[in-house]
Design a protein around this ligand. Structure first.
Ligand SMILES: [Zn+2]
Length: 384
């Protein structure tokens, strides 16, 4: 494709090309080459690198940056991922063969999130280089363990002095219509395994054994009584959910040697994974249990400000909708990026993400490109 053709390329063209590169998590190779081939003619310097080892790697990542010749000005970054979840069986068409049917583009990743990457590339294609610094932070591992993805990209940006001033994450945040929801934070998530050891024995001789089950039940009932908080201006109350209770005792006449339960906590920015682990450990240990915790992600909040206001204004201008600022949903890589600069998430409608026959409205790809363009221009030169 020539440079002129690229400037005229639509988000639909870009999205179709990306969908055609199969990239079940962790993504490598061709899908990155495809994006690189779109960005280089637009003047971006592209760095691709592979990071990590099994079992959570290796992972391929891409950083692209375009700076003005002189003063770098402000630096606006777009973050996203090229990996997709496995398609599953039963699609109406090949999930890795982009297909337009009616007003929709079908294919795995259409909304999560090759479509929004395509819209961003189209959005910046004709923004002049002198406007300011623009970068793309793209990982091949967001849907997987996410150990060597965005975190490695942050290390690279810090080492090269390319930390952005503002970052937009293109996850599919819209619900019923493009532009109805923008995310300014996410809850954190931690899973914990609570174990109680006892002493195995015959049920007819309980004095010779030590049954761990009543102790575990007492610990869980104490945990059930905990109110972590009542929510904040931007977050719903944190919640502890008991997700498993297992003894695995096949015999009716044996007091088991151990019992285990699992809890899952979704928490707001009043807590951290470590503070919650300490709290639950203190309850469990006082009653004879032990706790092992795995923190999936910390909570973060970018308080409403310049970036969210620019996005809300751009959405209003292009769609007439008044976007809701929300912190709902699962974790995303914005949790890592929020450590280096203000981060807001906005993208396509999420109704079909991770599902069979994932599809995006072509009109939404175009509208998203126009919204992104307004946001980037607003951030870089103060006009949209
Ligand atoms: Zn995603």
């Amino acid at each position: 494709m020539t440079d002129t053709a690229l400037l005229a390329a639509s988000p639909l063209d870009f999205a179709s090309r990306l969908i055609a590169c199969e990239s079940v998590t962790p993504a490598t190779g061709s899908v990155f080459a495809c994006l690189e081939a779109m960005l280089e003619p637009l003047g971006f310097a592209v760095t691709r690198f592979v990071c990590g080892e099994a079992p959570d790697g290796p992972v391929e990542n891409l950083h692209a940056i375009r700076r003005p010749a002189g003063d770098p000005g402000r630096h606006f970054a777009f973050a996203g991922h090229l990996d997709v979840v496995p398609p599953g069986l039963g699609w109406a068409s090949d999930p890795f063969e982009p297909q337009v049917r009616g007003d929709l583009l079908h294919g795995r990743g259409a909304v999560d999130m090759k479509g929004s990457i395509a819209s961003f590339v189209a959005a910046v294609a004709d923004i002049p280089r002198e406007a300011g610094t623009i970068s793309l932070i793209i990982t091949g591992d967001e849907e997987g363990p996410a150990i060597y993805g965005t975190r490695a990209l942050i290390d690279l940006m810090q080492a090269q002095g390319h930390v952005p001033d503002l970052c937009l994450v293109g996850e599919p945040t819209s619900v019923a219509r493009l532009g109805d929801m923008v995310k300014i934070g996410r809850r954190g998530s931690v899973n914990m395994w609570i174990r109680v050891a006892g002493q195995q024995g015959h049920v007819a001789y309980p004095h010779l054994a030590d049954n761990p089950i009543p102790k575990l039940v007492a610990i869980l009932s104490e945990i059930e009584r905990i109110t972590l908080d009542t929510g904040t201006d931007w977050f719903q109350p944190s919640n502890i959910e008991i997700t498993d209770l297992a003894v695995g005792n096949p015999a009716h006449n044996v007091i088991p040697a151990a019992a285990e339960a699992r809890i899952s906590i979704r928490f707001n920015d009043l807590h951290s994974g470590a503070s919650l682990t300490e709290l639950i450990s203190s309850v469990a240990e006082a009653m004879g249990g032990t706790v092992e915790a795995k923190i999936s992600g910390e909570a973060f909040l970018t308080p409403p400000g310049e970036l969210s206001a620019m996005i809300v204004d751009a959405i209003r201008a292009e769609t007439g909708l008044e976007a809701e600022l929300s912190t709902t949903g699962g974790t995303s890589d914005a949790r890592f990026l929020s450590r280096i600069c203000p981060v807001v998430e906005f993208g396509l409608c999420n109704a079909t993400m991770h599902k069979l026959d994932e599809a995006v409205a072509i009109a939404d790809l175009d509208a998203l490109a126009r919204i992104y363009r307004r946001v980037v221009l607003g951030a870089l030169v103060g006009t949209s």
